[in-house]
Design a protein around this ligand. Structure first.
Ligand code: C5P
Length: 405
């Protein structure tokens, strides 16, 4: 596939850290140059023990930087200029140590300093022994970095240099180039993690009866699938629906608003983007009795209590993901949507009319999307196509916000 990829004149800073897979970075540099990119290589001290800078110099026809305070290199382009020059920073291979440093924001060598100083998107192709990758410390580092918008490519399963077989091998150079090129495809979410909640919730009245709503889950499932198609790692938390499980990385089925709250809150901070597409019950019976309610009384009153707002709770997290809510309205769409945006501290609201043959339990929908200072109309379309448009817009706004932060 790589032969079709163009990176014409894209300025790529290729970071190489010290692992056996460093030899694959030479092929990567060759492919990047072949796709038309301008490539500058920065190597960590460890990397030079595995492969000589001269290899990269010959492949890229550019000087290779290794030292933070190398007077020769600083004269060509100092580390801040290099950080500004890059349109993307790609570290391949990225060792466990590299992930840990980036997570902490350490700046003790040229490459880590550049990563702190750049506003360009950062992509990592991790490579390490499978036990090191599986270690909770590395897993946590990877999750935190992803939640900050860093994109991970791989690792893959296979034979490892240590003689073991497992997850930890650097992604193939062709796959890395493809993921990198995805940065410039509009709406692409390559390497980002997206959490979606969908469907209705059921609030038990007694062991056999419940309160629910007309949500089919179709829009939320389409959003989850569109996010996956755009390259994201997707977790879908779903209330009960009649839909087949979609192709996502994690699928969690819940029943009540309280269960959905728990499932979402346990995962939200580890995701870069949260899209709350579920029709969460606003009120639930005070307490479901242990037995079935008998039809002896002539009238029956149910006392309902307000459920917690999941979307607002996610948006109030200190490490909040880019948070997108939905608003279904029968009138005053813009006012209600904008009020929701500020009241719940959201980054975006996708609003739709309900009750006009649109919205719930339909195959088509239309959205008015609002964010602080902006608005876009996504016209009526089948839900999968509409979801793809919405994801493109989310990716656009997410990129703008990441660059600002
Ligand atoms: O305030 P309203 O219910 O109209 O807002 C709708 C948005 O809030 C949807 O994105 C829905 O998923 C979310 N919501 C929630 N928790 C609730 C109620 C609504 O996350 N308890």
């Amino acid at each position: 596939m790589t032969h079709q990829i163009t990176l014409q004149n894209k300025r790529i800073l290729l970071g190489v850290t010290g692992g056996v897979a460093a030899y694959k970075a030479a092929e990567l540099a060759r492919l990047l140059c072949g796709a038309g990119a301008q490539v500058r290589v920065v190597m960590s001290g460890g990397a030079t023990a595995f492969i000589a800078p001269l290899t990269f110099q010959a492949l890229t026809r550019q000087p290779v930087a290794t030292e933070l305070l190398d007077s020769g290199q600083e004269a060509v382009m100092n580390h801040i200029e290099l950080a500004r020059w890059a349109e993307a920073v790609l570290i391949a291979p990225a060792t466990a140590h590299c992930l840990a440093k980036l997570r902490l924001g350490l700046a003790d060598d040229l490459l880590s300093t550049l990563c702190l100083a750049t506003v360009a998107p950062l992509l990592l192709a991790p490579a390490m022994n499978s036990a090191m990758w599986a270690n909770p410390a590395t897993q946590e580092n990877a999750r935190v970095l992803q939640a900050r918008g860093v994109r991970l490519i791989g690792p893959e399963a296979g034979d490892l240099a240590c003689g073991e077989v497992g997850l930890g091998r650097m992604a193939a150079p062709e796959a890395v180039v493809e993921a990198l090129a995805g940065l410039w495809q509009p709406g692409c979410l390559a390497g980002l993690s997206v959490l979606v909640s969908a469907g209705p919730t059921r609030e038990a009245i007694d062991p056999v009866r419940f309160l629910s709503n007309r949500s089919s889950g179709k829009m939320g499932y389409a959003v989850a699938e569109a996010a996956r198609a755009a390259g994201a790692r997707v977790c879908l938390v779903s209330g009960p629906t009649a839909l087949p499980p979609p192709a996502v990385d994690e699928y969690v089925v819940v029943e009540s608003a309280a269960e959905m709250m728990q499932a979402v809150m346990a995962r939200a901070a580890a995701h870069a983007i949260y899209i709350g597409a579920a029709a969460v019950a606003d009120y639930a019976p005070q307490q479901a009795g242990p037995g079935k309610i008998k039809k002896t009384a002539a009238t029956l009153s149910l006392e309902l209590h307000k459920t917690q707002d999941i979307l607002a709770a996610v948006a109030a997290l200190p490490d909040k993901p880019f948070t997108v809510g939905f608003a279904a309205e029968t009138h005053d769409l813009e006012n209600y949507a904008r009020a929701k945006l500020s009241a719940k501290n959201l980054d975006m609201v996708a609003a739709n009319w309900v009750g006009q043959n649109l919205g719930f339990d339909r195959d088509e929908n239309a959205l008015e999307v609002y964010w602080p200072g902006g608005h876009r109309q996504l016209p009526t379309a089948p839900k999968p196509a509409l979801a793809a448009d919405l994801l493109r817009l989310i990716a656009e706004r997410f990129a703008v916000q990441t660059m600002k932060n």
